[in-house]
Ligand binder design. Structure first.
Ligand SMILES: Cc1cc2nc3c(=O)[nH]c(=O)nc-3n(C[C@H](O)[C@H](O)[C@H](O)COP(=O)(O)O)c2cc1C
Length: 247
């Protein structure tokens, strides 16, 4: 299992080969065995293989091609709808129409997603998460007909890899681990921890292409801008509230 984790690489190009149903069922079963708050399993997984629905999802995911190419798309949703119904059918009054409950359900959904990801990789499949799920949650709600109490929080593309990318870099362990208590970073720590990322050949190429001075500027000015973050934060907060978690 550790080897599988250490060999993880996001896969964005897929072969046409379908994922056999027993294999998919095994991956979904692994997802369902993830730890879950109070054993409530307040999440749902929507499996998409239909071409027409995939085309709609592709639009919602900013036309990322892997959504069309991957044979299976798994949308992981925070879901209190089912649990609320169970409560009401059992003479119990649910109190889950609030932000804490949304966050709880989102954590459950993410843990299930990562279990599915690892189970898939263990079977020779490739995956890629799609952050665009939270950018355009409103569109995905419409496409997948998600009722009140259900919010999509992440998506996995799933299929047989048609590429063998190099492993992406990671920060050194000392950059992310704190012994006993949080030790805040000095400017020297930041220089050391980010040195490899800042100076890699890939970074140099990106800087040339974007005519920018630092990798951090690529993040703040190109990839994840304040303007976009504020726009999509507003949209997501609206969605969370509209789907019944605004109490
Ligand atoms: C929550 C989340 C959202 C992501 N969204 C996207 C995405 O929309 N498109 C994409 O190509 N990769 C996406 N990724 C993949 C990351 O870019 C990738 O994990 C990261 O660059 C590290 O590379 P690796 O997974 O190959 O180690 C996402 C990853 C996570 C965890």
């Amino acid at each position: 299992m550790t080897d599988i984790i250490l060999n993880h690489k996001s896969i964005r190009k897929y072969k046409d080969d379908p994922v056999a149903q027993p294999l998919l069922t095994g991956i979904l079963t692994a997802a369902s065995r993830a730890s879950t708050t109070g054993n409530m399993q307040v999440y749902s997984i929507v499996v998409t293989t239909d071409k027409t629905i995939k085309e709609k999802l592709w639009e919602a995911h900013f036309k990322q091609n892997m959504v069309l190419k991957a044979p299976v798309i798994l949308t992981f949703c925070a879901d209190f709808n089912r649990f609320n119904k169970w409560c009401r059918q059992r003479k119990a009054v649910p109190g889950y129409d609030n932000f804490l409950s949304f966050f709880t359900a989102a954590i459950d959904a993410l843990l299930a997603a990562q279990n599915a990801a690892l189970a898939a990789e263990a079977q020779g499949l490739g995956i890629c998460y799609l952050g665009t799920t939270t950018y355009n949650a409103d569109l995905i709600i419409d496409i997948l007909e998600l009722p009140s109490g259900v919010v999509p929080v992440t998506t996995l593309t799933l299929g047989y890899p048609d590429e063998t990318p190099e492993p992406a870099d990671r920060l050194p362990l000392e950059g992310i681990v704190h012994a006993e208590k949080y030790r805040d970073y000095t400017p020297e720590d930041i220089d050391r921890i980010y040195r490899e990322k800042d100076t890699s050949p890939l970074t140099r190429k990106l800087l040339q292409e974007n005519n920018l001075e630092t990798l951090a500027q690529i993040f703040t000015q190109k990839r994840y801008t304040k303007k976009d973050n504020e726009l999509f934060s507003g949209k997501l907060l609206d969605v969370i509230s509209k789907q019944g978690f605004g109490g």
